[in-house]
Design a protein around this ligand. Structure first.
Ligand SMILES: [Zn+2]
Length: 154
């Protein structure tokens, strides 16, 4: 089969000029097609390719970033535990100070211990946010790449 360079109509190999528009097919290379095969990709095939291209990277990237995300969750989890322990210690110190009619200032010193805990929570959240945005960015780039591959433009 020969595809007309002018109107994209498929012509038989022995045709010298296009049966539709009459353009010369002399320089057009013949393409052999299997029985029943469509010269133009079916719309369904294109849609299927788009979906498979879209699904593949999102799965692999999620796997790649899973560990980093888990570390972020672990860090913020440990941070929350540290904050909780400090809060309890603060309340106990506060109650103890008041019971013995002493200054409650030392209790607030204990409360300052939540700072490293909260820092860990923050660090963990930031790590997760960075991992998530890097993950999504890679996904988007992969989708754009696969779209260009299949001839789609943004
Ligand atoms: Zn033609």
């Amino acid at each position: 089969m020969k595809e007309c360079p002018e109107c994209k109509v498929w012509n038989q190999d022995d045709e010298e000029s296009c049966t539709a528009c009459g353009a010369s097919l002399g320089s057009v290379e013949s393409v052999s097609l299997k029985e029943g095969e469509s010269p133009v990709p079916e719309t369904n095939d294109v849609v299927e390719n788009m979906f498979s291209d879209k699904n593949k990277p999102s799965i692999s990237y999620s796997e790649k970033y899973k560990t980093a995300r888990m570390i972020g969750q672990l860090v913020s989890g440990v941070g929350w535990v540290a904050v909780a322990i400090c809060a309890i210690a603060f309340l106990m110190a506060l109650v103890n100070s008041m019971d013995h009619h002493r200054s409650i200032a030392p209790a607030f010193l204990v409360l300052s211990g939540v700072v490293p805990g909260l820092s860990m929570v923050l660090l963990g959240q930031i790590t997760q946010a960075i991992v998530d945005s890097a993950d999504h960015l890679k996904e988007m780039l992969e989708i754009i790449k696969s779209k260009n591959k299949t001839g789609f433009t943004m």
